[in-house]
Design a protein around this ligand. Sequence first.
Ligand SMILES: *Cc1c(COP(=O)(O)O)cnc(C)c1O
Length: 359
Amino acid sequence: MHFERNLLESRMSDAERASRVAAPVFGTVFTEHMATVRFTERKGWHSARIDPFGPIPMSPAASVLHYGQEIFEGLKVYRVPDGGMQLFRPEANARRFRASARRLAMPEVPEEIFLTALGELAGADRKWLPSAPGTSLYLRPFLIASEEFIGVRPAMEYLFGVIACPVGAAFAGGAAALTVLISDDYTRAAPGGTGTAKCGGNYAASMPAQTRAAAAGCDQVVFLDAAQHRYVEELGGMNIFFVFDDGTLVTPPLTGTILPGVTRDSVMTLAAADSHRVVERPYSVEEWRADAASGRLREVFACGTAAVITAIGTVRSAQGEFRVADGMAGPVTERLHSTLTDIQYGLLADAFSWTRRLP
Ligand SMILES: *Cc1c(COP(=O)(O)O)cnc(C)c1O
């Protein structure tokens, strides 16, 4: 699909841009452009454009504002050593975006349109890609129901958009790990619900738990299964792995309530290639506590595109607090983090053909 380019005539000065990119708080600094594509039942996907970043006019009756037909994605552009740019497994994000669309009865954005929008926006705002170690340009594709209609049925008009944020390094290696709060009342997703879709509604529903965790001095919430409040599922926006003394990695299985992370899948592949046994199985909070106490459990980490791989050191719940080993990031966590990021930044051979060079 061809994107009509309506680029700013006068760009921000290098000095001004450099000051904005220097130490951005995640999700607060945006580049100068955005990509949008419209969908109607009658015309299909059309009006693909790159415009200056700015408000999207819409009716106050747009369905998304009332019934929440909204999905999104998150992936990064990385600066490689020769100065070029690359994406990491963008086809996986395109595929998941289509799966999320199906779950919310929205039209699927074809892979070609999804990938072209990413490339066009990254190309228009290439100067916004920082180059300090660990920094990147975070891309946020989203799809909303834009039809002026407040009856209850899937909308017939949609807007697909992509915006971009320069982001700083999320992980200071060797630093203190996360403290998490186990939520034994609020759940994130239930069987048959939208847990496997990347939709805004899942995040909205997770916020009271996140607010409570922050008030208790915790960084993140660990959600449990909705039926028994017993098995670990994931964090509000990251998957979770447990590392045992025999080198085994355990992660909860994708049974329909967990978001299938691209990072999760990549970690499983990298760990298996590094001779770890990787097991997808239900893992309960009782086991977590007992395995931490016995010392069999050596490390726990959370993973997702935004924060990459981050150790979990301290666990709080209504039953009290416990630590995992010494409460710091362990060697398996650090090794997986460096292998993954070295591939993403083009510093290590891409043995799995995961990266995609942008022009
Ligand atoms: C996006 C997301 C993840 C991580 O997925 P990645 O593809 O690794 O970024 C995990 N859990 C939830 C709920 C998410 O929304």
